[in-house]
Design a protein around this ligand. Structure first.
Ligand code: SF4
Length: 689
């Protein structure tokens, strides 16, 4: 099925066995003081899992190029030894690896960072213009001499990469980092040979590529180029295409097309962004390349691809050479091998939540994955089969229960999974009903398939009792949460629903009041106002953000087709109400603004500072608003999203029985349910057994 994805190709001097590149991800493992053991194992698993070529997380080309404290610099603090171990691991697994040469420019988040001489790290940029999240740090404008030295830094880093044994280098010139900053009139207001006209603004990128190519003539050299900055007033498509034409004669082996700046207000990689939304940028650049005098330079597409069947659709017409996926490799190290074997059912899908990866990376915290809590922790949680197989009972088939059951089954334990409802998935099953979150069904499907493959017993529609568990060697209680009911007169009326009822059974058209504006309230409002058809949403996305969106990919996979009973455009007028705290509280930093923006665009009314919910009547909900006034909110239906309570009834019994057990996730603490914490706790619990 994946004919093109599975076909071999060449990338400069490299012969690659398939068309899937693992894109660069900053994990923080690069600076871990362990001789590179953790980083090597992280990359080794992905190489063994079929990635034909791996791009490392960004490696700063100098001290002042670092994006933050957890960025490595060649030659500093044992970095070379760590990378050598990682390169060897990738080669041993039969794959190839490129070092990404990185300079943060004004995006450096220095916060107390010092250089190797203990001086505070400089933040430098083409011009002394800070970005919005710079917390008052104004970058220093690079002098002409410093610009030349910085170009030489890229060449020096490339030579270091060659000496370490890397197969090539990727120059980071996208996402608003230094090289990209030089191209844009927003960030480059120089009036010397490096700025003042589009040609002069392109010069830095051109000279970096020239210098790097000359430094490592025997290595693959690629550039990660911004297909579109998505910043009003920044480079135009014509500017980008002109840069491509200038770079092509310099001996580049590939252009990997990135999208958007970190500070862009256009969503790029959040779950609600349609699959394949950015492919048109890559095909536009591919067309420029093919029509040039250097038509063989490879063009690699990336972003918002979670499934290699999408990759096949992208590559099938031959205009693009390969696809680069990043987060999906956190979710499943065996993404490529499983997909090439046709076992899409086993692929643990990245759900685009950013919660354990990007949201952590931006604050310098260790990166992992919500749906694969082993990610970037492979050494701490090795996959070795257990020497002492046990009977492990997992109570609850939500994200935490599935994470525990899969890990125990993989390691050879005899697993029984108990799920009270008729379906696996728990909160993920509900989330998958929300438009833009269809991928949440993927990890549930993958867990189901893997448990079946490994002979685990799954009891559906069967709440485990204490009697079921007395012969167990160990119990993981991951029974999750139940929606909290509100104590408001009229809450028992038939038009008052829990969010579970609303998401599972739907809500008739009309006015809806949502009590509670946290993550679930926001999701519920999206469910009530967004089309379940991704093709419809893709058209709307393109119109809203004025970008061309490919209609080839969206809605093409079975799990993305909307159920027949769901209408294409629901007819709800929604009010979301919140007492205290921010709307969307609990949604991660990189996704919250997107989620709230969608609701605003859909005309959802958001009423904060509610003092009191007074009573519910047919057709309306009475509240006391911020100013103390009584107000009737139109409500043919009221949906309650007022938090959850732990479903932990078995705990008392287990405590008195002589069965080792651990309580994880929402069942342990429902006040701050956090799926990252839940799946991580599940993994840790099952490893303690
Ligand atoms: Fe994907 Fe979420 Fe995992 Fe990040 S944490 S890799 S977005 S599933």
């Amino acid at each position: 099925e994946l004919r093109t994805v599975a076909s071999p190709w060449t990338l400069g001097p490299l012969h690659l066995s398939n068309r899937v590149v693992m894109g660069s991800m900053h994990t923080g493992l690069e600076v871990l003081d362990d001789g590179g053991v953790a980083m090597a194992e992280f990359y080794r698993e992905r190489a063994a899992g079929g990635a034909a070529c791996i791009i490392t997380g960004g490696i700063a080309v100098s001290d002042e190029a670092r994006g933050g404290p957890d960025f490595a610099v060649f030659g500093v603090g044992g970095a070379d030894e760590r990378f050598r171990r990682a390169v060897d691991a990738v080669h041993d697994a039969g794959s190839t690896v490129l070092a990404q040469l990185f300079h943060a420019g004004r995006y450096a988040l220095v916060g107390g960072l010092t250089d190797r001489d203990s001086r505070p790290q400089r933040v430098v940029a083409p011009s002394a213009l800070p970005w919005a999240a710079a917390r008052g740090v104004v970058p220093e404008e690079l002098t002409g001499d410093e610009v030349r030295r910085t170009i030489e830094d890229f060449a020096t880093a490339a030579r270091a990469a060659a000496a370490i044994g890397f197969d090539g280098v990727e120059i980071m010139a996208s996402e608003g980092y230094l090289v990209n900053q030089f191209q844009s009139p927003l960030t480059n207001q120089r009036d010397d040979e490096w700025g003042g006209s589009p040609e002069r603004r392109r010069r830095f990128a051109v000279e970096v590529v020239r210098a790097v190519r000359a430094a490592v003539p025997e290595l693959a050299v690629t550039i990660r180029l911004s297909g579109a900055d998505l910043m009003p007033g920044s480079s135009t498509d014509a500017d980008v295409d002109a840069l491509v034409l200038e770079l092509l004669p310099l001996g580049l082996d590939a252009i990997s097309v990135g999208i958007g700046w970190h500070e862009s207000r256009t969503p790029t990689i959040q779950a609600s962004v349609p699959h394949g939304a950015w492919i048109e940028q890559a095909t536009r650049i591919a067309d420029v390349v093919r029509a040039s005098d250097h038509p063989d330079v490879r063009v690699i597409a990336s972003n918002r691809m979670t499934d290699l069947r999408d990759g096949e659709a992208v590559l099938a017409d031959g205009r693009l050479d390969a696809v680069a996926l990043a987060r999906p490799f956190l979710a499943d190290a065996e993404l490529v091998a499983r997909s090439l074997a046709g076992r899409f059912d086993l692929v643990n899908t990245c759900i685009g939540c950013n919660q354990a990866c990007l949201d952590r990376s931006v604050v310098g915290a260790p990166v992992s994955c919500l749906v694969n809590p082993r990610a970037a922790r492979e050494v701490r949680f090795p996959l070795r089969p257990t020497a002492a197989p046990k009977r492990v009972d997992v109570v609850g088939g939500g994200p935490a229960g599935l994470a525990a059951a899969v890990d125990a089954a993989r390691r050879g334990h005899d697993v029984r999974l108990w799920e009270a409802s008729d379906v696996l998935g728990g909160q993920f099953g509900l989330a998958a009903e929300v438009p833009g979150k269809e991928d949440y069904a993927g990890p549930v499907q993958a867990a189901r398939a893997e448990l079946a493959e490994r002979g685990a017993t799954v009891h559906l529609g069967r709440a485990a009792t204490l009697a079921d568990l007395t012969d167990s060697d160990a119990v993981v209680l991951a029974s999750g949460v139940t929606p909290r009911v509100v104590d408001v007169p009229g809450a028992d009326l038939p038009h008052v629903l829990t969010y579970e009822q609303a998401l599972r059974d739907g809500v008739p058209d009309g006015t809806v009041a949502v009590i509670g504006g946290g993550g679930i309230g926001v999701d519920t409002a999206a469910f009530l106002t967004e089309s379940p058809d991704e093709a419809v949403r893709a058209t709307e996305f393109g119109a809203r953000w004025q970008v061309p969106v490919s209609d080839e990919l969206v809605g093409d996979l079975p799990q993305r087709r909307p159920a027949a009973h769901r209408t294409i455009r629901p007819g709800h007028q929604v009010t979301v109400l919140r007492r205290t705290g921010k709307f969307g509280q609990g949604i991660g930093l990189t996704s919250r603004w997107v989620a709230l923006g969608r609701l605003r665009d859909a005309g959802v009314r958001m009423v904060g500072g509610v003092q009191e919910y007074l009573r519910i009547e047919p057709g309306r909900l009475w509240i006391r608003d911020e100013s103390g006034e009584e107000l009737a909110v139109p409500a043919d239906v009221v949906v309650v999203c007022a938090g959850q309570e732990a479903r932990d009834e078995l705990t008392t019994g287990l405590r008195s029985a002589d069965v080792p057990y651990a309580v994880v996730g929402g069942a342990r603490d429902a006040r701050s349910v956090d799926a990252v914490r839940a799946t991580s706790e599940a993994l840790e619990a099952v490893r303690r057994l």
